[in-house]
Design a protein around this ligand. Structure first.
Ligand code: ADP
Ligand code: MG
Length: 369
C-alpha cells in the first residue's frame, strides 16, 4: 500500500527568481503508474526529487500513505529512485551494486543474496552478477539500476528519464519491460520523461507540466481526446494536432469556421457552445487522422480543395502535408492515396465533430470546446 499525495507544493531554488514548481496538487493512487511529462526545465525532476526527499520543499506538503514526509530524510521514506545516468558504483560488481542499499541498512547476508538473486532473475541479468558496470551494455546497466531499486522492496518507485540514454529500439523494449514489471510488482510508480510517446504508452495517468505549472492530469486518452488547452493539444499526439486560425461567422443562417481559403459549417454538436463566439477569432485544432482524403468524393464530412505540399509515405499510412493560401495542415491518409507532392486542388474533408477550439491569446488558456 502506498499513495503519494502532493498538497499545494511549491519549489523555488535559492538562486532562482521564479518558482520551478507551482502549486502541484494531486494524488498518486496505490499501485498506480503516473507519468510526469513536459519539455525540459518544466519542473519534472524537481517534483520527483521533492517526493524522494532529495530536494527541500519551499511550501506545501507531501504525504506517503497519509504520513507527512516533509521532514523525513530520504533514506527513511522507503522509496527507491532510478536515474537516467544509472549512478552505478564502477568498482563494484553487479551483485554488490544491487545489494549495496540493503547492506548499508544492515540486512543479513542471506536475505541480501536472496533478494538480489530474485531481482536478477526477474530482470534476466543473473549471468551478469559478477561483472563490473563497465563490462555491461547501456541496456544492461539500466537493468542493474532498476534491480537495485527492486531489491529494496520500496513503497514507491521513482524513475527520472531512465531510458533517455538508450538507443531507440532498446528504449521501446525497456519501456514494455518496465510496464510488465509494474504489473508484476503491483507497486506505485512515478515516472518522469520529456517524451510524450513514452508517457502515452506507459502511464495509467499522465501529469503534463510546463514552466512549473501543471497543465492537465488525465489518462492518455483523456489528454488525447479532450486536451484542456493549446499547449496540451500540441504536446500530446504524434504527428501533432493541426492548428488553423479561424473566425466564427454566420453564413446562410448557420455557424461556420472561416479560415479565408475555406469556410466549413460547424458540427451540430458544437454549434450551441460556439454560438457565443460568433465574430471571434479562434484557433481550431484538428488531428491528422480527422482530415480525410476525399478524392473519390465519398466522404460525408464538409471539405474543400487544397494544394499538396509534401508527401511522407510510411508504408502503412501516408502523411500528406497541405499548403494553401497561407495555411498549412497535415492529413494522415491511407497508404494508397493518389495524392502526390505538388498535386493542386486536392479534395480534403474535415471531420468537424472532432474539431477543438482554443483562445489564441495564450497556450495555457482553457480550451473553448
Ligand atoms: P525538468 O526535469 O522538467 O527538465 P527541472 O525540475 O530539472 O526540470 O528544473 C526545473 C527548473 O528549475 C529549471 O528552470 C531549472 O533550471 C531549475 N533548477 C533545477 N535544479 C536547480 C538547482 N539545483 N538550482 C537552481 N535551479 C534549478
Ligand atoms: Mg529532469
Amino acid at each position: 500500500m502506498a499513495t503519494v499525495k502532493l498538497k499545494n507544493l511549491f519549489k523555488k531554488y535559492d538562486e532562482s527568481e521564479i518558482f520551478s514548481v507551482n502549486n502541484a496538487d494531486f494524488t498518486i493512487a496505490d499501485k498506480e503508474f503516473v507519468v510526469l511529462v513536459g519539455p525540459s526545465g518544466c519542473g519534472k525532476s524537481t517534483t520527483l526529487r521533492m517526493i524522494a526527499g532529495l530536494e527541500t520543499i519551499t511550501d506545501g506538503q507531501i504525504f506517503i500513505d497519509d504520513e507527512l514526509v516533509n521532514d523525513i530524510p530520504s533514506k527513511d521514506r522507503n522509496i527507491a529512485m532510478v536515474f537516467q545516468n544509472y549512478a552505478l558504483y564502477p568498482h563494484m560488481t553487479v551483485f554488490d551494486n544491487m545489494g549495496f542499499g540493503l547492506k548499508i541498512r544492515k540486512f543479513p547476508k542471506k536475505e541480501i543474496e536472496e533478494r538480489v538473486n530474485a531481482a536478477a532473475k526477474t530482470l534476466d541479468i543473473s549471468e551478469l552478477l559478477k561483472r563490473k558496470p563497465k563490462q555491461l551494455s547501456g541496456g544492461q546497466r539500466q537493468r542493474v539500476a532498476v534491480g537495485r531499486a527492486i531489491v529494496r522492496q520500496p513503497k514507491v518507485f521513482l524513475f527520472d528519464e531512465p531510458l533517455s540514454n538508450l538507443d531507440a529500439k532498446l528504449r521501446v523494449q525497456m519501456r514494455s519491460e518496465i510496464i510488465s514489471l509494474h504489473r508484476r510488482l503491483e507497486a506505485t510508480m512515478v515516472y518522469v520523461t520529456h517524451d510524450q510517446v513514452e508517457a502515452m504508452t506507459m502511464g495509467d495517468r499522465i501529469v503534463v507540466m510546463k514552466d512549473g505549472f501543471i497543465q492537465q492530469i488525465g489518462t492518455p486518452l483523456e489528454l488525447y481526446n479532450t486536451p484542456k488547452n493549446l499547449f496540451v493539444a500540441g504536446f500530446i499526439g504524434s504527428p501533432p494536432m493541426n492548428f488553423i486560425n479561424v473566425k466564427i461567422v454566420k453564413k446562410d443562417g448557420k455557424l461556420h469556421v472561416d479560415a479565408g481559403v475555406f469556410s466549413l459549417a460547424l458540427d451540430k454538436g458544437t454549434v450551441e457552445k460556439m454560438s457565443a463566439f460568433e465574430g471571434k477569432s479562434l484557433i481550431m485544432g484538428l488531428r491528422p487522422e480527422d482530415i480525410h482524403d476525399n478524392h473519390e468524393k465519398t466522404d460525408s464530412h464538409p471539405g474543400f480543395n487544397s494544394d499538396v505540399d509534401i508527401i511522407e509515405p510510411l508504408g502503412a499510412e501516408t502523411y500528406v502535408h497541405f499548403k494553401t493560401g497561407g495555411i498549412a495542415f497535415m492529413g494522415k491518409f491511407r497508404a494508397i492515396t493518389l495524392a502526390k507532392a505538388g498535386s493542386p486542388s486536392w479534395p480534403v474533408a474535415f471531420d468537424m465533430s472532432k474539431a477543438r477550439f482554443f483562445d489564441p491569446a495564450q497556450d495555457s488558456s482553457p480550451s473553448i470546446f
